[in-house]
Write a protein that binds this ligand. Structure first.
Ligand code: AMP
Length: 320
């Protein structure tokens, strides 16, 4: 199984992924976890990612894609994987498709976890994590008076809240989700692979539902939705239109650039010709003036000769 879990922050991708790991024995690959670990270790990659993460923005595609490429090449991923928090935008989704087709291991399932906005913010504010094993808990779904310690670790470390689970950052993360990640629904609907599940309510029920979706065809009465024919067709035409639009604008830009360079070369030729003509006329005028001066000088020379010829011969003075 090669699975992508889609959904907004707080939709339960992390929690459900951890359960699927136990059920199917394939690794969870969470870009959020990989990035947090890099930040905690202070690696160059972590340093580069830290600012964007704190601000609730997406980390650069090049960083995330490099990380995923390395992780997918590890031995445990050959049996399958659950991608959690990746891809987060269309560039990443396309790059993932390319990577997997190079490996000859395309995706088998894409599931969108649907949760209403109000529920998302409540879940994120109640989320607590184990700093040691990364297990996810929620104070709202824990037994009242329950201890805020990790029950999975022997040392029972106290749970912590992620630094980006604060109110201001959550608003930004949800905005980023709407603008950059939600369009992936159309992308995967067009491929015919996308399934939706209603991810509200009891965590165990959601896990059962998800397991069902991943192992069998959806059963009647269960809250599973496949991207219908209409949605698929719509998504396909949207993706096509986007591609066409891009190609059109590219062609437009190309022809514009061509026309511009043509016009430029034309004016260049024109100015060159103009300059040449100017040079020519200047040289002509100079030559003309020279010739004129020559004939003038000639004429003047002839006149003085004539005048000399007409003058009577000078007589010598008598000496006293
Ligand atoms: P998550 O644990 O999935 O909510 O991710 C936490 C933060 O890590 C996000 O708000 C982003 O800043 C960053 N992040 C995680 N996954 C990605 C991704 N695929 N692309 C870009 N940034 C990511």
């Amino acid at each position: 199984m090669r699975i992508v879990l889609l959904g907004a922050p707080g939709s339960g991708k992390g929690t459900q992924s951890q359960r699927l790991v136990k059920r199917f024995g394939i690794p969870q690959i969470s870009t959020g976890d990989l990035l947090r670990s890099a930040v905690a270790r202070g690696t160059p990659l972590g340093v580069a990612a830290k600012q964007a993460m704190q601000a609730g923005k997406l980390v650069e595609d090049a960083i995330v894609l490099g990380m995923i490429r390395e992780r997918l090449a590890e031995a445990d991923a050959a049996q399958g994987f659950i991608l959690d928090g990746f891809p987060r935008n269309l560039v990443q989704a396309r790059a993932l498709d390319e990577m997997l087709s190079e490996l000859g291991r395309p995706l088998t399932h894409v599931v969108q976890l649907d949760v209403p906005y109000a529920e998302l913010t409540r879940r994120i504010s109640g989320r607590r994590n184990c700093p040691s094993c990364g297990a996810v808990y929620n104070i709202y779904s824990m037994p009242v008076g329950g201890q805020l310690h990790c029950s999975a670790c022997d040392a029972k470390p106290p749970l912590v809240q992620r630094p980006d689970d604060n109110e201001a950052t959550v608003v930004e993360r949800l905005k980023v989700y709407e603008s950059q990640t939600r369009p992936l629904i159309d992308y995967y609907a067009a491929s015919g692979m996308l399934q939706f599940i209603d991810a509200q309510g009891d965590i165990d029920e959601i896990t059962a539902l998800l397991t069902h979706v991943l192992t069998a065809a959806p059963v009647e009465g269960v809250k599973v939705r496949r991207a219908g024919k209409k949605r698929k067709a719509k998504a396909k035409s949207k993706v096509k239109a986007k591609k066409k639009g891009k190609a059109k604008s590219k062609a437009k830009a190309k022809s514009k650039a061509k026309a511009k360079s043509k016009a430029k070369s034309k004016t260049n030729v024109k100015t060159k010709v103009k300059v040449r003509v100017k040079v020519k006329t200047k040289a002509k005028a100079k030559a003309k003036a020279k010739a004129k001066a020559k004939t003038k000088a000639k004429r003047a020379g002839r006149k003085t000769a004539k005048r000399r010829a007409k003058r009577p011969a000078r007589k010598g003075r008598a000496r006293r």
